[in-house]
Design a protein around this ligand. Sequence first.
Ligand code: NAD
Ligand code: HSO
Ligand code: ZN
Length: 430
Amino acid sequence: MLKTYNYNELSDPQLKQLITRNADSSNEIGSVVEEIISNVKANGDKALFNYAEKFDKISLSSLFIGFEEIQELAAQVEEHEQKALEKAFYNIHKFHMEQLKDEAKVETTIGVTCWRELRPIERVGLYVPGGSAVLPSTFLMLGIPAKIAGCKEIVVCSPPQKNGSINSYIAYCALLLGIKKVYLIGGAQAVAAMAYGTESIPKVDKIFGPGNQYVTKAKTIIQSTTNTAIDMPAGPSEVLVIADNTANTAFVAADLLAQAEHGADSQAVLVSNSQQLIDEVNQQLQLQLNELPRKEIAAKAIENSYAIITSDLQQAMQFSNMYAPEHLIIETDNYESLIPEIINAGSVFLGHLTPESAGDYASGTNHTLPTSGYARSYSGVSVDSFVKKITFQHISKAGIKNLGPTVEILAELEGLKAHANAVTVRMREL
Ligand SMILES: NC(=O)c1ccc[n+]([C@@H]2O[C@H](COP(=O)([O-])OP(=O)(O)OC[C@H]3O[C@@H](n4cnc5c(N)ncnc54)[C@H](O)[C@@H]3O)[C@@H](O)[C@H]2O)c1
Ligand SMILES: N[C@H](CO)Cc1c[nH]c[nH+]1
Ligand SMILES: [Zn+2]
């Protein structure tokens, strides 16, 4: 059962508390992760073998699997599963190809031309989660934009499975993506290995991918302590559903549970202007929860979740913007009028027939998205995440005559004479 709060009765501190998730205020996760990072930095591969034993309960003979093993594993995937992975690949590829657009050159003033060109980030690291569930779909969500961008070196890490290898679906995705090696490393240690490099793992320029709180904390630490960048904090999954009395309560409950089953630390929030809808969704949650193989996990996440009753849908949207959900689902007949009011959300799902899980797997949009309120300032992964946009300019004779005096005045007013001179010496030669 979702605890219900009345939006109009909440104080500011209560609201603040409700929208805070996975804060790690006592630094429990942070201190574990800091130790893992310094151990990997100091001891390289040796630390990685030890962490595989400690956290993944596996004694590895090698830290990676190569192309032959990938091919053997991929051959175990059944035909209907291959087709589903290929369909997802195709749709994700089609959607992401649109993101590779050249920008026009701009003549900002006579004789002065400015433009931007894309260059791929050369060495990227992809983290594919594999703790409580192995997520081949995440491999596609990261690998496809990396390939479209043209990244030269793509390092892939995923936790080793019980067989001491990867699962066959990850192997099949590797073949689809043309990736010939997968490192068997999970958690914060994978992030540290890709940030610092070890005897076996190449150092990369940027690390991508979602993960649990250890992975996400490691990414935020290495972002501020090394020259390796990250895509965004993409931690435990979350969803916020806005629904009114036009919604199908079984659909709403199914959508809440779809994210709840990711992990006990996931959150599913329902916001509605109808108490009757909230009551009926609660009944549906109980019915559907019992049918789920991962019911213990999902039930814990639901305990950690809640419903909010608002006066109207505008107020529901106000709460959603404060919460800044990774996924926002709007299950109302009149969803179109709410679109302009959306300010903060990672990815939005509109209408009664648009389950969030379509976006998780196969509609085409990327499922690697900011969590814990980071949708206020970050976008989800896209081709843009894998490129740099470098600015260029060229100034002609007419251009330096035209713009030179402006630059000289601005340099003088900042007291930077050498800046002015770089223009003056050229103007003298004209
Ligand atoms: N935001 C997104 O875009 C997005 C997308 C997909 C998945 N997710 C989230 O990714 C997460 C995946 O988590 P997961 O745990 O299944 O897999 P994971 O691969 O992120 O983490 C597994 C690793 O965590 C490490 N670990 C486990 N317990 C530890 C401990 N006590 N101390 C230190 N390290 C420990 C181990 O090394 C293990 O290999 C879920 O929370 C899911 O909701 C988010
Ligand atoms: N919902 C996750 C993003 O938070 C992505 C995912 C992968 N597989 C299933 N779901
Ligand atoms: Zn999901």
